[in-house]
Design a protein around this ligand. Structure first.
Ligand code: TPP
Ligand code: MG
Length: 796
């Protein structure tokens, strides 16, 4: 608990932090452009709401090992605190919301002041803290990272943020997994963006969190209020406060002391002692008393935070006022509330800040600068040095073993590759951690899980096994297990991958996370996937099965748009191999790629392979005849780069078929059937439309910058295709995925794929219906490639 002097300094810092944040917002160049005043304004009132809580936390309560996700709109407060701690520069503060300035929403990758978890899309940072705590337990249970103390994972949450479903999905999972060391601090200002929130939500929250095994601490009354309640008549005041509806309380906060007096006198003023309690305070004192909610009272907050000593997850419901301390305090429209220059001037003077000294850290404080500096230099949170921990890369084998059957699906290949890895017990095998939202078995992780076991902090035997009932799968849970089984919530899968995939920098312990799910359900967790990539978490997501190739499963399970997601998602390299030997090459690459950081663009393929990233594998359950071939280094490189000639086009080629994924047999068949009627046909196998496209775009940009010799992999491949030759592209996914191939070398192109919802049927039915079978490929070739009619083309 802070000593009296410290409390004095803390309250000065609280005012300073709010001033700096407000000045930063007011000063933002971007405001003058006013492209979105509403969003800019959002920072002001929301920041003020959290200023006291964040002051208490960062300057007193938090330890270096604690990790925090800050509510998106409180970013100015975060930056102001880091500025005072010497971790943020004035230049970046001045450029808030501007080019390379402090970010509008705290960003791990774009901010310089050691943001632990990015936020922005509300609710995601909250869930991230929960999964990060589970990952911390995972890491420590495996005996790693135990030289550092356990940290608390802390989320600062807007009350309206709790409307986001993924928070509840995470809560349930947290309960199942025995969550510890997690604090969720709710900024209960009873306001969202549009409105004042419904009455009594705190009761729902309390019940909810208690149900999930959390401690709930309600910080409702500030120390002034607590003292007033002890005065004669104080109990009546307390009852009035407790019964006051949210909108009215907010309105009175906005209206100020005189309005409080009138209202209180009207409603409880004729009751003797409470009238005296009201009467003996000036308007300003009365307003200060009524505004003194727990979330704006340092002693109340410090007491609550320091009292929470157990590792049980704890939810703090802190009553606050949105816009506290500023003229817009409590107004229901204040989300857009920017202070006017005149208001800022009044505020500046009230803070004793001279004009031209607005950024000075110690300007206008009533405490000696040396004392403040001494205090700042001993703030516990800032004692740990660099918050991003180093973790060396885990060596990855050059080649992964796989037992290839003559006919096999890529999904079966994936299971087989992991099973082979699971036989070993080197660092590489140990650092892999798999996770799946209730589709472990159906995505072929079963053999791996049988070998490596499921993770739980407490061991749990497989009852079927102990009862000697035969079963293909042994589900034994132990602290050494390497598979985290999740309930069916793809949102949780991606946040878990986000947490596992940041373990190297958060825990200083590198993991190689692999998450599996059905391809269509990527959409279910898409914002979470984007979030994970945005904060540069590193993981492999294996999405299988995919496309209409699922045939009998029907339209609800058949993915169409996912290849386009794979191309467009930053931070994620997407692959869709057709064969298992390709998959083995891609996975070996991927394990190394996950661990890379920093580095230049390669002049070979114009990709940022040295910078690394996450990997998305789109796989299939379709058994496909496997090629008999030895994997040369050149072929492996081409597979990783994104494409290779399965059949090279001749000098007089009239048509090239370019395919991706499980549709390979149809492409091969079509080429065979056309061979008599079209000369020199080429067959291009694409393993990654994403990487090919990215390399092509980057090479063009490089040429535009004057690097005339820049060539991407796809440009080199298509150099071999004569100008008059047509290209037919085909995949089990949206045709736009490959349609750009024609633009690379100016070849006429027809792109086949799936545009409309799938349905049930046999493979043949569906490939026929959606026009991606051999006949459809031939018909497309005949339509755009010159030459005589193709004999094997049947009437469609
Ligand atoms: C997923 C998502 N949807 C919508 C928004 C836009 N938005 C930003 S803040 C906000 C309201 C937040 O209210 P609350 O969490 O209570 O914070 P307060 O404004 O009270 O500080 C909304 C809807 C967003 N950032 N993310
Ligand atoms: Mg709110």
């Amino acid at each position: 608990m802070a000593k009296h002097d410290d409390l004095h300094i803390l309250s000065a810092l609280e005012r300073k932090v709010l001033w700096l944040a407000s000045w930063m917002i007011h000063n933002a160049n971007h405001l003058r452009e006013n492209t979105d005043g509403l969003k800019v304004g959002g920072h002001q009132a929301s920041s003020a709401s959290l200023a006291t809580i964040m002051t208490a936390l960062y300057f007193d309560v938090l330890k270096p090992q604690d990790r925090v996700a800050v509510k998106p709109h409180a970013s100015p407060i975060f930056h102001a605190i880091q500025y005072l701690l010497g971790k943020q520069t004035r230049e970046r503060m001045e450029a808030f919301r501007g080019y390379k300035g402090a970010q509008s929403y705290p960003s791990r990758t774009k901010d310089v002041d050691d943001v632990d978890f990015s936020t922005g899309s509300v609710g995601l940072g909250v869930a991230q803290t929960l999964f990060s705590s589970l990952v911390q337990d995972y890491v420590r249970a495996h005996g790693w990272g135990t030289d550092r103390p356990e940290g608390r994972m802390v989320a600062l949450i807007g009350d309206a943020e709790l409307d986001e479903g993924n928070i509840f999905e995470a809560l349930l999972e947290g309960w199942k997994q025995g969550l510890r060391n997690c604090w969720w601090i709710i900024d209960y200002n009873r306001q969202s963006l549009d409105a004042v929130v419904r009455e009594g939500l705190w009761e729902r929250y309390e019940l909810l969190f208690t149900n999930f095994g959390w401690n709930v601490v309600i910080v409702k009354y500030g120390s002034l209020q607590q003292a007033a309640f002890r005065e004669p008549g104080g109990d009546k005041l307390k009852t009035w406060i407790d019964n006051c509806p949210n909108p009215l309380y907010s309105a009175l906060v906005f209206a100020g002391g005189a309005a409080w007096r009138k209202r209180l006198n009207d409603e409880i003023g004729d009751q003797g002692d409470v009238s005296r309690l009201i009467a003996k305070r000036s308007d300003a004192e009365l307003a200060a008393l009524m505004n003194n909610l727990g979330g704006h009272d340092l002693p109340a907050l410090l007491e609550a935070f320091h009292a929470a000593k157990s590792d049980k997850p704890t939810c703090f419901i802190c009553y606050t006022v949105k816009g506290f301390g500023l003229p817009m305090a409590g107004h229901k429209d204040n989300h857009a509330g920017l202070m006017t220059p005149a208001q800022m001037d009044v505020y500046r003077k009230a803070q004793n800040v001279r004009e031209g000294h607005e950024w000075d850290k110690f300007e206008g404080l009533s405490i000696a600068t040396d004392d403040v500096q001494a205090f700042l230099s001993r703030v516990p949170f800032a004692q740990g040095g660099e918050r991003r921990l180093p973790a060396p890369a885990i060596p990855v084998p050059d080649k992964l073993k796989v037992a290839i059957q003559p006919t096999m699906s890529t999904q079966a290949g994936f299971g087989n590759i992991l099973n082979e890895i699971g036989r070993g017990d080197d660092d590489f095998a140990q650092r892999i951690v798999t996770t799946s939202p209730d589709v472990t078995v159906s995505t072929n992780l079963g053999p791996w899980v049988n070998r490596r076991g499921l993770f739980a902090r407490e061991a749990m035997a497989d009852t079927f096994k102990s009862e000697s009932i035969p079963s293909t799968f042994h589900w034994e849970f132990s602290p050494k297990g390497q598979h985290i089984e999740l309930g069916i919530a793809e949102a949780n899968l991606f946040i878990n991958l986000s947490a596992l995939g940041l373990s190297h920098t958060i825990n200083g312990v590198r993991l190689l996370p692999i998450g599996t799910l059905y391809d269509p359900f990527i959409a279910r967790g898409l914002d979470q996937l984007n979030y994970a990539c945005y904060q540069d978490a590193r993981f492999m997501v294996v999405a299988t099965p995919s496309g209409i190739t699922l045939a009998g499963e029907g339209g609800a399970h058949q993915s169409i748009a996912q290849p386009l997601i794979g191309m467009a998602q930053d931070g994620l390299a997407a692959f869709e191999p057709a064969y298992v030997d390709e998959l083995a090459v891609i996975m070996a690459f991927a394990f190394a790629y996950l661990q890379k950081s920093g580095g230049e663009v390669s002049e070979r393929n114009w990709l940022r392979d040295e910078t690394g990233g996450s990997v998305y594998l789109r796989l299939s359950t379709r058994p496909v005849e496997q090629p008999q071939r030895t994997m040369s280094d050149e072929l492996a490189q081409e597979i990783v780069d994104g494409a290779y000639w399965l059949r090279r086009p001749g000098p007089n080629a009239q048509v090239v078929v370019a395919y991706t994924g499980a549709i390979a047999p149809e492409a091969i068949e079509a080429v065979g059937l056309m061979a008599e009627d079209r000369r020199d046909i080429g067959l291009l196998a694409l393993t990654s439309a994403d990487r090919l496209n990215a390399g092509w775009t980057a090479a063009q940009r490089a040429r535009e910058r004057g690097l005339v010799h820049a060539r991407s992999h796809i440009e080199r491949l298509l150099d071999e295709v004569p100008p008059g030759c047509a290209i037919v592209t085909v995949l089990d996914g949206h045709p736009a995925t490959l349609a750009w191939l024609g633009a690379v070398g100016g070849h006429r192109t027809r792109s086949l794929g799936v545009e409309h919802f799938g349905q049930t049927g046999t493979l043949a039915d569906l490939y026929r219906h959606y026009g991606i079978d051999a006949q459809a490929i031939i018909a497309a070739a005949q339509a755009i490639a010159p030459g005589r009619p193709i004999r094997h083309l049947r009437a469609l």
